[in-house]
Design a protein around this ligand. Structure first.
Ligand code: C2O
Ligand code: CU
Length: 466
């Protein structure tokens, strides 16, 4: 598996790889977009919500016809959404009934190292373990995904992902669209065979050309002619999205990885690399009832007639709307003065050989090695460069929400990257300057490219906070 190629069957009854399913044979805009169900707590105490989630194989309806065998959190694809509140602890007990070791990472969380779900901190098959999330950070759309080293890419591809929506008083006090008008959307791609089974091949960015939205291919979503809040996650391993409305209409980005932006950002496109999140508000009031418009993706690779389509909105009714987007959404934390500067280089082999390696600072990930030692409490500036000529990457740090100070030497002031971030896009040749403060916990955490096939190929490193 680590060497790439067609993986040995991971699923217990995984059929041999039949011929590829042509994405053109999958009907578009014929199934409704499901709303992802909310996970129910198993127990509540005064300060803690407890959840139980087993990891298991399930057969789920993704495509018309035969079901698809996937790896799930609790039998659902994608997993059910865990709703958490700042100041109230969450404890999740995980039983691993899969035939493979897993590690459950809560992406974007400020959490102790032993609850972070790092790549070497595994739950063996048959074992159970509890993760505690203190929820001391401010509101943010976080997500769970597998992180078992060398296998994170295949495990996430096969289904191990779920939203974790952390809310706080600041967020709840705003008059944003809420309830049924606040809709999480998880985007991904996949490659299927003619038996409707997922095909996993490492670094297979050319062939994952079926777009899934909340677990279904190219669905439609019926909306009322009013404002909606969409919390969008790009949960793909390799695909970047540039999302637009098919009429070129504008919408408002109100949040990014680490919660709301300081101010709303009016735009006609939303770029999301792997692992990134964005909150947008779309006002359908400008469309007459009966209008259909698409959410399209203006980004490759793959045939535009497939990967250029994502979701169709059908405006089917009118509805009252007392929601609004305030001109100020939140106050971002002050930026302390950094005292340490570092440069981090991302590069993967681009010589065309089939099983490329991917590096951080020219080194493959080695969990025995500490790559960066950080003094607890320090604020640091990291210049992260993608030194490839062709390959895009992105960059994710565990533990912290950082700020993007510069992109390609140009200061970032406001806009979609002006808020709290934990994952940032780096197209070939790009660089970003990031600022982060490392406090709250000591211990080892990783940073890596969140194109998960790349991290599985070695593009990951360890920082130790001492
Ligand atoms: Cu979303 Cu280290 O991961
Ligand atoms: Cu990468």
């Amino acid at each position: 598996l680590a060497g790439g190629g067609v993986a040995a069957p991971l699923l217990s009854a995984g059929p041999a790889h039949a011929a590829d399913l042509d994405p053109g044979t999958i009907p578009k805009y014929e199934v409704p977009m499901p709303r992802i169900p909310v996970l129910k707590p198993s127990r509540l105490t005064s300060g803690t919500s407890f959840f139980d989630v087993d990891m298991r194989e399930s057969d789920v309806q993704i495509l018309p016809g035969r079901k698809t065998r996937v790896l799930t959190y609790g039998g659902a694809f994608p997993g059910r959404t865990l709703l958490a509140t700042t100041g109230r602890r969450t404890v999740v007990s995980r039983l691993n009934t899969l035939g493979t070791a897993t590690s459950v990472h809560l992406h974007g969380a400020h959490v102790a190292p032993e609850h972070d779900g790092g790549p070497m901190d595994l739950i063996a098959p048959g074992d159970r373990r509890s993760y505690t999330y203190p929820n001391t950070q401010t509101h943010a759309n976080l997500w769970f995904h597998d992180h078992a080293h060398h296998h994170e890419s295949e495990h996430v591809y096969r289904g191990l992902s779920a939203f974790y929506l952390l809310s706080d008083r600041t967020e709840r006090s705003l008059p944003l669209p809420s309830g049924e008008f606040d809709v999480p959307i998880m985007l991904r791609d996949a490659r299927f065979d003619t038996d409707n089974q997922l095909v996993y091949v490492m670094d297979d960015f050319l062939n994952r050309n079926t777009i899934l939205v909340n677990g279904r291919p190219w669905p439609y979503f019926q909306v009322a002619a009013r404002k909606y809040r969409f919390r969008i996650l790009n949960s793909t391993n390799l695909r970047f999205f540039t999302l637009k409305l098919s009429d070129g209409g504008s919408f408002t980005q109100i949040g990014s990885d680490g919660g709301l932006l300081a101010e709303p950002f009016e735009t006609t496109e939303l770029r999301l690399s792997c692992g990134e999140r964005a909150d947008i508000v779309v006002d359908f009031a400008r469309y007459p009832v009966g209008t259909s418009l698409e959410l399209v993706n203006d980004n490759g690779p793959g045939p535009a007639e497939h990967v250029g389509k994502v979701l169709r909105f059908d405006v089917v009714r009118t509805a009252a709307d007392d929601s609004s987007v305030p001109a100020r959404l939140r106050t971002l934390p002050a930026l302390p003065t950094p005292t340490v500067e570092r440069t981090i280089d991302l590069r993967m082999d681009e010589d065309g050989r089939p099983h490329p390696n991917a590096y951080i600072d020219e080194k493959l990930y080695d969990h025995h090695r500490v790559d960066t030692v950080i003094q607890h409490g320090t604020t640091e500036l990291w210049t992260v460069r993608n030194v490839n000529e062709l390959a895009p990457h992105n960059f994710h740090m565990h533990l912290v929400q950082f700020r993007v100070l510069e992109r390609n030497g140009t200061p970032v002031t406001g806009g979609p990257e002006g808020g709290l971030k934990d994952t940032v896009t780096l197209l070939a040749g790009e660089s970003v300057k990031l600022q982060a403060t490392f406090k709250g916990y000591r211990g080892s955490y990783v940073y890596h490219c969140h194109m998960l096939d790349h991290s599985a190929m070695g593009m990951m490193a360890t920082m130790q906070i001492v």
